[in-house]
Design a protein around this ligand. Structure first.
Ligand code: PRE
Length: 308
């Protein structure tokens, strides 16, 4: 499928807003604990023993951004409605239809985790229950199971067939963040207790991979600047990598640096790049790549002469 076709499909899908956070429009988001764009807590973590009022109030007091809460039972919902921006229906509760209905009636966005053994149809049916209660603000979350940690193909299929944003639950470990975003995840859910570093790593990966797999169509200057910042972040990573590789070539070539410049090779690499950047074309790419290559050669010569 072409990138453009994928983009069009992306635009057709309904984004869900959780507080100030848009899930399903723009870049993939990270929801977790410290370091994440949105936080969530689970009232199941203490088997419902900590009073919901206290746990929710503490979470709210410590964080003014988007907050999601997973209830232990329907008894927690009043507290959640008063303080949270969204509700998580935990995997273990996915088929508790009464709870699902009561959650949906709050009118807050609902994240539906897939139950450990739930099929795609059973999972999507929970979203339909929410819609039946008048709540269309549903995000799906692939949470895997004990025997099959994560099913990214199922996540992708859920996203395609439902048109709803989909999260991938990575637990404490951001290692699969790149795979999840590459597979089309609209966001990453980290365990509430995951480290700040895990959230920052997942966010960096989501930004970098997202630039390639999620073409944004911003509608305002701030959105477009945000999108450009994400592209520039990737350009910076690639320029740094390129400078290292060009330095390696200078060290290995019989004549390195400016003295060993190979203009024929430069013309060929510009022509090759123009195939992927046809809008810019060879004419506009040539001066850009000239500057990039010269920066690399200066760096290599400085390093060779011990200046750096
Ligand atoms: O390929 C080489 O021979 C290099 O030295 C690398 C490089 C580059 O940065 O891509 C740098 C200078 C040459 O003129 C051509 C290409």
């Amino acid at each position: 499928m072409s990138l453009t076709a994928d983009l069009e499909r992306h635009l057709e899908r309904g984004a869900v807003r959780v507080g100030t956070l848009a899930v399903g429009a723009g870049p993939a988001v990270v929801i977790g604990g410290e370091g994440a764009q949105a936080r969530w807590i689970s009232l199941r973590d203490h088997h419902g023993r900590i009073p919901a009022a206290r746990a929710v109030a503490e979470a709210r007091a410590g964080w003014s951004g988007p907050l999601l809460v997973e209830p232990f039972s329907a008894a927690d919902l009043r507290e959640i409605a008063a303080n949270a921006d969204g509700v998580v229906i935990g995997a273990a509760w996915m088929q508790d239809f009464q709870l699902v209905r009561a959650v949906a009636r709050l009118g807050l966005p609902v994240v539906v985790q897939r139950g450990p053994a739930a099929t795609l149809q059973e999972w999507l049916a929970i979203a339909d229950y929410c819609v039946a209660e008048g709540n269309d603000q549903v995000v799906l979350c692939e949470s895997g199971s004990r025997t099959h940690p994560l099913d990214l193909a199922l996540m992708r299929e859920a996203r395609r067939s439902s048109g709803r944003p989909v999260l991938v639950d990575l637990g404490e470990d951001p290692t699969l963040a790149a795979a999840a975003v590459a597979a089309g995840a609209d966001g990453l859910l980290l365990a509430p207790g995951a480290t700040e570093q895990a959230a920052l790593d997942a966010g960096e990966v989501a930004r970098i991979v997202g630039v390639v797999v999620r073409w944004e169509r911003p509608g305002s200057v701030p959105e477009a600047r945000g999108a450009i910042d994400r592209v520039d972040a990737v350009l910076a990573v690639l320029l740094e990598r390129r400078a290292e590789l060009a330095g390696t070539i200078q060290r290995l070539k019989p004549v390195g640096g400016f003295a060993g410049r190979d203009m024929d090779r430069e013309r060929r690499l510009v022509a090759e790049m123009a195939r992927r950047a046809p809008t810019l074309g060879e004419e506009r790419l040539a001066p850009i790549m000239n500057a990039v290559i010269e920066a690399g050669l200066h760096l290599a010569e400085e390093r060779a002469s011990g200046l750096d």
